[in-house]
Design a protein around this ligand. Sequence first.
Ligand code: NAD
Ligand code: ZN
Ligand code: ZN
Length: 361
Amino acid sequence: MAQEVRGVIAPGKNEPVRVETIVVPDPGPGEAVVKIQACGVCHTDLHYKQGGINDDFPFLLGHEAAGVVESVGAGVTDVAPGDFVILNWRAVCGQCRACLRGRPWYCFDTHNAKQKMTLKDGTELSPALGIGAFAEKTLVAAGQCTKVDPSVSPAVAGLLGCGVMAGIGAAINTGNVGRGDTVAVIGCGGVGDAAIAGSRLAGAAKIIAVDIDDRKLATAEKLGATHTVNSRNTDAVEAIRELTGGFGADVVIEAVGRPETYQQAFYARDLAGTVVLVGVPTPDMKLELPLIDVFGRGGSLKSSWYGDCLPSRDFPMLIDLHLQGRLDLGAFVSETIALDDIEAAFERMHHGDVLRSVVEF
Ligand SMILES: NC(=O)c1ccc[n+]([C@@H]2O[C@H](COP(=O)([O-])OP(=O)(O)OC[C@H]3O[C@@H](n4cnc5c(N)ncnc54)[C@H](O)[C@@H]3O)[C@@H](O)[C@H]2O)c1
Ligand SMILES: [Zn+2]
Ligand SMILES: [Zn+2]
């Protein structure tokens, strides 16, 4: 029997979001229905609302979520009703050329639930990132559910479902930050701060936080930045070089998604260093760099999708480290809000007032 729950939709381009009744079908083969306990508000949800991702309105927003599996469809063996899970937006297929080569974090054929959730009049909804978790319950592919230690707070756990995992993974998976490395992180929102926390976890010796907002730099220090640079009034490249013996950082993580900050990252790294682009640019942005510098500076220029994470490997490990007091995921939760406060939360996010607002159910 399909169920009716409350959920938040973006009805059309730039229209305010609103709470609606959502019809959630019973899980089919390979699917699961999850009772959502918490879901963070991410920039990507705002991008969906603004029509910046695609035009498949109406969207069922929300994708940084944790909850309890309520029911599973035929053939689902990895999770069972009652399991506490974090939802992920890259359920790996196991069959594509990346998966078959043993590199499932690059999976080129990730999947979501096949059935559609709808409004009461039958209008099909597009769930944000194939999740749609600003809803009391949602339908996902079972592979989008990763079991973790249920003693963690759902508000904290859900954050690993997107931005915080992207940031931590940009440092530890894509950037391969290791003991003694110098790291600079440009853009200290939720993603950049997570890259800072990840770098600390990995044993970086020096972690330089760069942002144009002093409030963000203060939070970055709490999460592990050893030095801060306000690039509104200082040259970021020079400042990072000065702090690294004149050479630049071993790993520079760009967590803004703009050509000018990418360029800073490119020149703020040491010879043979690594740049990681985790910020997401818009399709119109262009980058111009002297090719001789790309060659002459050596090293590697990488992009990081979802922190190159493998949920089954990374989510339980990071939750365990958090529970042991070695990774302060709680610091990312600025406030907990109700389902009908999302429009206001977008506004606070837009003004840089919060790292993460989290809807609790
Ligand atoms: N790669 C992925 O898988 C992935 C996943 C989630 C989010 N993201 C992307 O990561 C980026 C950051 O996300 P967020 O949630 O942290 O956003 P956010 O808005 O919370 O943070 C952005 C930060 O960048 C700072 N900033 C803006 N312009 C700057 C500049 N010129 N120089 C230095 N700092 C500047 C802002 O002050 C802010 O602190 C976004 O582009 C987002 O889409 C990527
Ligand atoms: Zn695959
Ligand atoms: Zn997100």
